[in-house]
Design a protein around this ligand. Structure first.
Ligand code: ADP
Ligand code: F6P
Length: 320
């Protein structure tokens, strides 16, 4: 069994990363292994920003958003030389395996690093986008969806007061999962996602029809991967001659105390990842499939684009 591992958080932070880190650290310590916290993503491996963790190191963090380890986007790790340097720095400390908590970019880096060095690496899908193939769930996506709904509830009040069209832009990079969920749960009239064609003129016709039928206000959710919600808002305002206000939610969606679902699922995944890497398992990402923790082949996870859940798509078409 491996006796010393490292854990790092990489790429866009997400609520629940701390719960996952806590579970990795405490599981490894329970198994009698050493566990190193590596700071600021892959940069910490390159700049030797790491320290041995104790149970106390991860006390009082399960309720906190963000990541106590810090994260960063690290261009040097994109080079073979950078990854080799990272490997040397690990060896210096006797670190034999890694748990990487991050999005699909971080998983790509993990795969290359493992292929080049042979270091056992286990990934956990830490991103609000829920865009990792093979898992229904990614750490932080539930909290982000709830943050969006809270914002939509507030926007409905003011859009109704002014009889306006509220256009809300949500994150997700190239994935429409957050937008689709927000559209369904937020009761939007229209949802624009990168995975589906849309006709803005037809949407404007629909908005005008709703208004003429007595609907005081409307809500249009736009996934950032579709394009500029400001331009879309301008087009709707010109076409419908109605009052339109655009709200780009931005990085608010990345913060906040993790939901119960994110805390519990992140803890489940953290335990599984620690046990797997201690057993020398590699090139797997742990996620959820129909409520059960599953091990996804890392190469599959990074080489496949995650399709949107057809059930949600159908529901969105039906209800929106
Ligand atoms: P996320 O993991 O949230 O998708 P990024 O795409 O920014 O975020 O990836 C985070 C970090 O992972 C990058 O800054 C880089 O250090 C590493 N990384 C991403 N893609 C690759 C790649 N193709 N090869 C090597 N490292 C990568
Ligand atoms: O991948 C998570 C994410 O929040 C995306 O939804 C968003 O497009 C991106 O990160 C923003 O990246 P940054 O925090 O570097 O601006």
């Amino acid at each position: 069994m491996i006796k010393s591992i490292g854990v790092l958080t990489s790429g866009g932070d997400s609520p629940g990363m701390n719960a996952a880190t806590r579970a990795v650290v405490r599981t490894a310590l329970y198994e009698g292994a050493k566990v190193w916290g590596i700071y600021n993503g892959y940069r910490g491996l390159l700049d030797e920003e790491m320290e041995e963790m104790s149970s106390r190191s991860v006390a009082d963090i399960i309720q906190r958003g963000g990541t106590i380890l810090g994260t960063a986007r690290c261009k040097r790790f994109m080079t073979p030389e950078g990854r080799q340097q990272a490997f040397e720095n690990m060896k210096k400390r006797g670190i034999e395996g890694l748990v990487i908590i991050g999005g699909d970019g971080s998983m790509r880096g993990a795969s290359k690093f493992s292929d080049e060095t042979g270091v056992p690496i286990v990934g956990l899908p830490g991103t609000i986008d829920n865009d990792v193939w093979g898992t229904d769930y990614t750490i932080g996506s539930d909290t982000a969806a709830n943050t969006i709904i809270d914002a939509i509830n507030k926007l409905r009040d003011t859009a109704s007061a002014h009889s306006r069209i509220a256009v809300v832009e949500v994150m997700g990079r190239h994935c429409g999962w957050l937008a689709m969920l927000a559209g369904i749960a937020g009761g939007a009239e229209f949802v624009l996602i990168p995975e589906k064609e849309y006709n803005l003129d037809k949407i404007c016709e629909g908005l005008m029809k709703s208004y003429e039928a007595g609907r005081r206000y409307s809500l249009v959710v736009v996934a950032e991967g579709v394009g500029s919600s400001v331009d879309i808002g301008k087009y709707i305002e010109e076409k419908t001659q109605m009052d339109v206000r655009v709200s780009v939610l931005g990085h608010i969606q990345r913060g906040g105390s993790p939901s119960v679902i994110d805390r519990v699922k992140a803890s489940q995944l953290g335990e599984k990842a620690a046990l797997a890497v201690l057993a020398g398992q590699s090139n797997v990402v742990f996620g959820f499939d129909k409520g059960k923790v599953v091990a996804i082949d890392l190469h599959d996870a990074i080489n496949n684009k995650k399709p949107l859940n057809p059930e949600f798509l159908r529901l969105a078409e039906l209800l929106i």
